[in-house]
Design a protein around this ligand. Structure first.
Ligand SMILES: NC(=O)c1ccc[n+]([C@@H]2O[C@H](COP(=O)([O-])OP(=O)(O)OC[C@H]3O[C@@H](n4cnc5c(N)ncnc54)[C@H](OP(=O)(O)O)[C@@H]3O)[C@@H](O)[C@H]2O)c1
Length: 318
């Protein structure tokens, strides 16, 4: 079944409402590394199952995620998938410094194009705000790259509402990528109203709360994730919040069963149906997870079901 496409902001980019978060593909910043072959298979599983937006960043393996995406997509027609990429980490001094300087952003895009083995990047985000570059100047540099055809849409990520407003002074911001999930709903009252008013698309990160919203965790799950795994430090995986989350997630089981879907598919269908979410980008550590997540595109929720999912997580509303 053909999936309706979404348009990102005022750009010409159209894509599927379900993407792939490629942090685990070649990345070592949030989780221990996967094998390169697994990363490539994850990307190809996405493209083979109707998922078009691949969300990566320089910092995911310091360019390695981008390289693996370049390899994984080499045999696919370029206009059948979209790449979202990010930069803000400048290593040129020998240390990692957050930079939004126009010259740094322009160099980052050129270098990313080489690693991705492509002529253009569909969405390019400033990954994190720096302390001193005027935001409109930084976004202006991405706008120049858009006019030059090197990128097709301008994004910012991890920007507060005030920072987004400053960055969007000239109306150049097409997409914002910030954290949002049924467990972390601050964006709802915070950035979402502004974005909706300005026709800026919203792409939430950590949509499955690092796997917690898939329904696979129980009171008995071993929560020792080991060194280098971001879940080890997350409050969501600590009591008493962990038990509250399990109760809310488990309450979705009857609705998931009614749709012959998994809880993960039901949760992803909720984001796809959410008018304030443009593209949901769940991550994956195995191709089978991507294949399963792609099936969320076939789950259609009634208004009552959508409201019931929100109600199940009302304790986590901002
Ligand atoms: N802009 C930013 O600063 C920023 C920050 C963070 C993330 N992101 C983006 O957002 C994406 C999503 O974040 P994320 O991947 O960390 O978190 P997530 O989407 O909330 O969780 C993904 C994890 O859930 C588990 N999972 C996924 N599908 C599953 C399924 N069908 N069944 C069971 N388990 C499943 C996998 O982990 P296990 O198998 O280990 O359980 C997977 O790695 C990233 O990949 C990245 O592209 C952006």
């Amino acid at each position: 079944m053909a999936v309706a496409q979404v348009t990102l902001g005022s750009s010409s980019v159209t894509t599927t409402p379900l993407g792939l978060g490629a942090n685990a593909v070649g990345g070592v910043n949030l989780f221990p590394n996967l094998k390169d072959e697994t990363g490539i298979e994850i990307v190809q599983a996405a493209l083979d199952n109707g998922i078009q937006l691949l969300d990566t960043a320089f910092v995911y393996g310091l360019g390695h995620s981008e390289e693996l995406i370049g390899k994984a997509t080499a045999a696919y027609k370029r206009d059948t998938f979209q790449i979202a990429d990010k930069a803000a980490q400048d290593l040129s001094s020998g240390e990692m410094v957050v930079s939004n300087r126009p010259d740094f952003l322009k160099r980052s895009v050129d270098e990313a194009l080489t690693r991705l083995n492509t002529d253009y990047i569909d969405v390019f985000y400033i990954h994190f705000p720096d302390a001193d570059t005027p935001k409109a100047e930084a976004v202006g540099a991405l706008h120049d790259l858009k006019v030059a055809g090197k990128i097709r849409a301008v994004g910012v990520s991890n920007f507060s509402l005030a920072q987004i407003e400053e960055a969007n002074q000239d109306g150049y911001v097409d997409v914002v990528e910030n954290q949002f999930s049924l467990l972390h709903q601050d964006a709802r009252a915070d950035v979402m109203p502004y974005l909706a008013e300005r026709n800026i698309s919203f792409v939430p990160f950590f949509p499955l709360a690092s796997g917690l919203l898939t329904g696979k965790y129980t009171a008995d799950t071993d929560l020792n994730f080991g060194e280098g795994d971001i879940r080890s430090g997350m409050d969501d995986f600590k009591q008493p919040r962990y038990s509250q989350i399990l109760t809310a997630v488990d309450s979705l089981a009857p609705l998931a069963a009614a749709h012959k879907a998994s809880i993960a598919q039901l949760v992803l269908a909720y984001y796809i149906a959410n008018p304030q979410v443009s593209v949901v980008i769940p991550g994956a550590k195995r191709p089978s997870q991507v294949e399963a997540n792609a099936q969320a595109l076939q789950v259609s929720l009634s208004e009552e079901e959508y409201a019931a999912i929100e109600k199940a997580f009302s304790a986590f509303a901002a």
